[in-house]
Ligand binder design. Structure first.
Ligand SMILES: [Zn+2]
Length: 148
């Protein structure tokens, strides 16, 4: 996993230079109809870091093609400048490179309700899955992209 210093080196510090960061990296994704029809929980527009656009689209389409998309009940956000849950430091949501899904069913440090197949699709595409973290930081709702 990337360190906070590596993420700041790549994207800047969203707390200190929010506007510059958003202008350089953030975009509005108009989610295609086929994805929204299959997964009604996904919003019409997602404000995300442009580096996750292709992987997120690819992942959602892969989930749809395998029927695993039916596990998605809620969209719980992407961009949110905030500290990490349960520790010091900046959450990767602050750079718009992470998404949360089914938060109520997969609470921080709680149980993970996804099937193994569902999480494997994300892993195979290159996401870091909070479901894989140790008990102290387990975050089943959380999928993070930091391939750059
Ligand atoms: Zn998250």
């Amino acid at each position: 996993m990337k360190t906070q210093a590596q993420l700041i080196a790549k994207f800047g510090d969203p707390y200190k230079n929010r506007l510059t960061f958003e202008r350089m990296w953030m975009m509005v994704w108009e989610v295609p109809d086929d994805i929204r029809e299959a997964i009604p929980a996904i919003p019409k527009r997602i404000y995300l870091n442009r580096i996750i656009l292709i992987p997120l689209k690819t992942t959602l389409r892969k989930l749809i093609s395998t029927g695993l998309h039916e596990e998605i009940e809620t969209w719980d956000g992407c961009f949110n400048i905030r500290p990490k849950r349960g520790s010091s430091g900046i959450s990767t949501h602050s750079w718009g490179i992470a998404v949360d899904l089914n938060a109520a069913l997969n609470p921080f440090r709680g149980k993970v309700t996804w099937s193994d197949e569902f999480v494997q699709v994300w892993r195979d595409i290159g996401w870091i899955c909070g479901a894989d973290w140790s008990a102290a930081s387990k975050d089943g709702m959380h999928f993070q992209w930091e391939n750059f």
